[in-house]
Design a protein around this ligand. Structure first.
Ligand code: ADP
Length: 162
């Protein structure tokens, strides 16, 4: 079985992430989405909430597994008995950081390779950060994130207001 891991913060999962997930799922026997626990960022959603959103929006894709992890991606990948890390590339701005990370990971774990999927054009501008900024002003974000994630964002920002 050829297994790949798609690690990230997913705070929350956008249509851009989902596009990468679906395309990776068509290339590998199994894709494990790894939700990072100890991110340097302060997420809008807890790890459990981010995992739940991903499980809900990928429930119709049979070869997707969603799990969380802390620490280094390469350790999680090894633990899952996988040899491939999937990352999405949006623009040139992503490239430098992604290249550094992929090369660092390659030194740490020569048996693991990073594979980049370039984003589909219609999602190239999308980032979780921008979507959160829009949602914070009470705007509908259903053009950017799956319906379940949009509803969770609406609820979260309502809670914050009250
Ligand atoms: P991280 O904090 O690890 O960058 P993200 O959740 O922001 O986590 O992103 C996870 C991965 O998904 C990264 O490889 C990122 O480049 C990619 N990604 C994010 N947004 C998009 C998008 N709109 N289209 C394609 N890939 C994306």
């Amino acid at each position: 079985m050829v297994r790949a891991v798609y690690p990230g913060t997913f705070d929350p999962c956008t249509f851009g992430h989902l596009d990468i997930i679906k395309r990776a799922a068509s290339q590998f026997d199994e894709v494990i989405i790894g939700v990072l626990r100890n991110s340097a960022k302060t997420p809008l959603f807890s790890t459990e909430e981010r995992v739940n959103i991903l499980r809900e929006v990928t429930k119709d894709i049979p070869n997707i597994v969603v799990d969380s992890f802390h620490g280094l991606s390469v350790d999680f990948v090894r633990e899952k008995n996988a040899h491939v890390i999937i990352r999405g590339l949006r623009a040139i701005t992503d490239f430098e950081y992604e290249l550094q990370m992929a090369q660092t990971n390659r030194v740490l774990a020569p048996d693991i390779d990073t594979m980049f999927l370039t984003t589909s054009l219609e999602y190239a501008y999308l980032s979780s950060t921008t979507v959160k900024e829009v949602a914070a002003f009470g705007e509908d974000v259903s053009k950017f994130v799956p319906p379940y994630a949009a509803e969770m964002m609406r609820r979260r920002f309502r809670q914050k207001e009250s």
